[in-house]
Design a protein around this ligand. Structure first.
Ligand code: PGA
Length: 240
């Protein structure tokens, strides 16, 4: 894995045509690995138009490779279509679709078993932060989420405080630094590997510069600002 990863989470936006237009326009960054996470309906078009040096992945997958799971996406098929990555446990999956640490752990195992690189997403809610439980929550999400992971294979973690996602309320550099240092210590003990640790939550071309210089920030997971090719390219270039 490259030392810096900048990922676009398009969520439930963009048609295949929109995706193609973006990919023709997007200039891959020099230093960071760019990764695009389209909705599954765009996967085929993205796999056809993904620029050299850029990777893509699924926003979610099931923990079984195939079978009677109506409406789910197979990690094995994602891999066959050319995906390199899959997001696991994004806060929208956790809060809107009732995903748990346990399903995250199973999905990470399945993804790695299919040769995909899982990106485990975690982060506290505002209430949890206000109650002084930020560290306890993200430690639990990290340990439980990685319970079945193979640390000899690549994986990444994205710290995304729920209150900063899609709100325009970015975490301060102090808050990001504190959480990343905390997660880094646990990750080092747990895995013995250099796991990329990304920040996500209202990252923009305006705030990415100072966030990229925070120690232990190895990249960004970007939602809203990743929908425009030039804005996402500007964010990706912050690690150059
Ligand atoms: P945002 O989303 O950049 O729009 O806050 C980030 C995410 O959900 O990954």
């Amino acid at each position: 894995l490259k030392p810096f990863i900048v990922a676009a989470n398009w969520k439930m936006n963009k048609s295949p045509d929109d995706a193609e237009i973006f990919l023709k326009e997007f200039k891959a960054p020099a230093a960071a690995q760019a990764v695009i996470f389209p909705q599954a309906l765009c996967a085929e078009r993205v796999s056809r138009w993904i620029p050299a040096g850029v990777q893509w992945g699924g926003q979610n997958c099931h923990f079984e490779k195939a079978g009677a799971f109506t409406g789910e996406n197979s990690p094995e098929i994602l891999k066959k279509m050319g995906a390199s990555w899959v997001l696991v446990g994004h806060s929208e999956r956790r809060t809107l679709f009732e995903e748990s640490d346990e399903t995250a752990a199973k999905k990470i195992k399945a993804a790695q078993g299919c040769g995909l690189i899982p990106m485990l997403c975690l982060g506290e809610t505002l209430m949890e932060r206000d109650e002084g439980r930020m560290q306890a929550v993200i430690e639990r999400q990290l340990r439980e989420g990685l319970k079945l992971a193979d640390f000899a294979q690549p994986l990444a973690v994205a710290y995304e405080p729920v209150w900063a996602i899609g709100t325009g309320r970015v975490a301060s550099t102090e808050q990001v630094g504190e959480a990343h240092l905390f997660l880094r210590r646990i990750l080092k003990n747990l895995t013995g590997a250099a796991v990329p640790l990304l920040y996500g939550g209202s990252v923009t071309p305006q705030n990415c510069g100072e966030l990229s210089r925070v120690p232990e920030v190895n990249g960004f997971l970007v939602g809203g600002a990743s929908l425009k090719a030039d804005a996402f390219a500007a964010i990706a270039a912050s690690f150059n």
